[in-house]
Design a protein around this ligand. Sequence first.
Ligand SMILES: [Zn+2]
Length: 499
Amino acid sequence: MRGMAALTENQTKYRSVPMLRSVGGSIPRDVLGIIPELVARTTRMVPFAWTSGGVKVAMEDPYDTALHHIIEKRVGVPVIPHAASVDALDGALAQYGVDSRDDVRMLLRDARADDAIDALVRYAQANDAADIVMVFRRDGAAISARVDGFLVPVLTAPASAGILLLAALRQRIGQPHHMHRAAHRGTFRVAQGRTKSTDDSIAVRCAVMPAHDGERAVLCIANAALRQQSIETLGWPAHVLAIVRRALMRSSGLTVIVGPPGAGKTTALYALVRLLARDGTSTAAVEERIACDLEGVQQLEAQRGAMTEALRAILRESPAVIAVDALDDPEAVAMALHAALAGRRVIATMDVPDAATAQQRLRAAHVSSHVLAAVPYVIVVQRLVRAACPACVVARHLTETEQRVLAADAEAMTVFEAMEGVVMQTTVVPSVRGCDACGYTGYRGFACIAEALDSRAVDQGVDAPRASLLAAGMSRALAHETTLQEVLRVCRSGDRCAA
Ligand SMILES: [Zn+2]
């Protein structure tokens, strides 16, 4: 969103950003809770009031649309940006309480690297971070955390502290001294809080690997529910499961999971890899970022742009199953198609919003048309929607405003009215109010909506999965698992990604 068009749009949208000298008074906990403390502190933005039009956020850089997106993705309402002075922001940030990063800094200063790792892991987990990324360079260490798919900087440390941190990590994952130049993976656990009980300890999968200018460590904070998912627990509808199973049973072919960033593609890919590698089938994976250790799978990390090189290296070993996260440039796509044609099962993710765009990518690969025609492929389109909070979801009819909004969206309207037994005026839909249990957001956790296109199913049009992704979402909403608003927001935001 940094192009000219976006700039003009933003100038119009934010022509008059209010300036705050002070955020004033105490911010209610439920409002503060919209943004995890870690994200608030590192991005310097603090939500301070709910309004009917969105959430008011005090920001150091009110024009940073990437930051707006973080909040909009989390709460599903527009951000009303306010520019805040440094003092005003510091005052607002102080309302989150003590800055836990200071504890980590202090531990690092005292050369207590092991305690610093524990504190970092607890901090990351408390802030809903999926992983911690540490980059060790000669001039210092940089630590970031991934929250809601966004990598946010947490803190930097001097090189000396970095060396101790890396050494402590290596010891925890049992990397032998003579193998320090090679990538190494392992797991360890961190006790929650002060109790040393292992029952509720946090499982961490850690990978240490050489990078072009130093070393890198990725600490994946186990999200038990997400990490251990099988294709049955992804939340795919039965017919999508059936299409994918059929594709995976073929001895060759391509299965691509598509969706915008944060749609749960990698989780789905891991579930497929786990399934295929289960019976000892030789499996190799090329990943932009190794998020998790996969048992029995040869994993290779490759930056964007270096994917073809990594793929070539893996193809030389002739694995039966190849996983790619994420397949983007035409050359990598061509290699994947050729591998599939040569009798391998290739599964991949692609950062595109829909099946039609994914098909365009396949066609844009430099392969002859008979190659594309000969490779059976399945495209799964996926989105994650926030799940309605069970504690505060209520059933009610659509308000007149909601009916108007829905009616203005021709495609959504068609899909909605085609749902079984739906009558706009009388059908009961879920509505969330917000409560203590969900931090007044109305949502807790995520649900998956998915649709699939099988190149071998001739009766399926290209547009079908797009319309039925909405249908898949709406049927979840009618089952009160999420809301119509959330489904429309998520399905529509994917469209924006395409623009
Ligand atoms: Zn609730």
